[in-house]
Design a protein around this ligand. Structure first.
Ligand code: AMP
Length: 283
């Protein structure tokens, strides 16, 4: 039977657990998560194992990236099940701080990312989000000091923000984006899919299907705005309340009008019932 990973609950015990790896010259990869692990997270773990001898998974539902009206309280927490999955995935160490370890009394510093973090996508609907994410990820990086950190392309704007943050702050690690893992019907895996009712779950893959056909039409040379107008209506008709569907430059996330403007990424966010889903695709 595989060995259960050690679980560190304080910064001191985390650093103590990492010390022998570093002394042995072993490379360390960090996979930050909010738990309720699924095959998407495990794809990050697999990629981490390819890059580094030692893999650390953090599990922390970060309160500062949720607005008061959002789902912090109801976000799925399944620590015991997660540990089982991470045992099978041969993880060395789990970093599971409490909120008071991460944000002890007197904590006042918050990063304010700009650029991709102000692209008018997730930030428009969750203005507090990237400040919270950048701050906690910077702390996770400082606590763990990994050689690699793995993030999903599923949260594409987040991946761009973190990549830029690591560059801007000269952090000595490499941020790696891992392709989105999907259900057979195309729905991107997400811990929040657990919120979907059976009928919502049946409709949910429409989001990916619409993205795919829009990407194909843009690739064929159809005008981007016309393709997006049709796609927005399709998402609406499928039963979603659309937050945004946009075509952006794949690296800067600035608006693009035509294919000649460079690599294009389509990004979407929409609600089905009470559940907000996001997805994206390369053109
Ligand atoms: P979360 O626990 O939702 O904060 O996600 C933790 C990490 O897993 C983030 O880097 C996500 O982008 C990544 N992730 C979540 N869902 C998927 C997926 N379906 N495929 C690949 N990566 C994912």
């Amino acid at each position: 039977m595989a060995k259960r990973p050690a679980v560190a609950r304080t910064v001191t015990s985390l650093r103590r657990a990492l010390e022998p790896y570093r002394e042995a010259g072993e490379r360390i990869a960090l996979v930050p998560t909010m738990g309720a692990l699924h095959r998407g997270h495990l794809a990050l773990v697999r990629e981490a194992h390819r890059r580094a001898r030692r893999v650390v998974v953090s599990i922390f539902v970060n309160p500062t990236q949720f607005a008061p009206h959002e789902d912090f309280g109801s976000y799925p927490r399944r620590f015991a099940t997660d540990i089982k999955a991470l045992t099978e995935a041969k993880i060395d160490l789990v970093w599971g701080p409490s909120a008071s370890v991460m944000y002890p009394e007197g904590f006042v510093t918050r990063l304010a990312p700009e650029g991709a973090a102000l692209a008018g996508l997730e930030d428009k609907f969750r203005p507090h989000f990237f400040g919270g994410v950048a701050t906690v990820v910077a702390k996770l990086f400082a606590q763990t000091a990994p050689d690699f950190a793995l993030f999903g392309q599923k949260d594409y704007q987040q991946l761009r923000v973190i990549t830029q943050m690591a560059k801007d702050l000269d952090l000595p690690l490499k941020v790696i984006g891992v392709p989105t893992v999907r259900e057979k019907d195309g729905l991107a895996l997400s811990s929040r899919n657990a919120y979907l009712s059976a009928s919502e779950r049946a409709v949910a893959p429409a989001l990916h299907n619409v993205l795919r056909s829009a990407a194909a039409r843009i690739k064929k040379g159809e005008p981007i705005e016309r393709v997006l107008d049709v796609a927005r209506i399709e998402i609406d008709l499928a039963g979603f309340a659309l937050d945004y569907l946009e075509a952006r430059h794949a690296l800067t996330l600035t608006p693009v009008a035509a294919r000649k403007d460079g690599l294009i990424r389509l990004l979407v966010a929409a609600k089905i019932g009470k559940t907000r889903l996001i997805d994206n695709i390369a053109v």
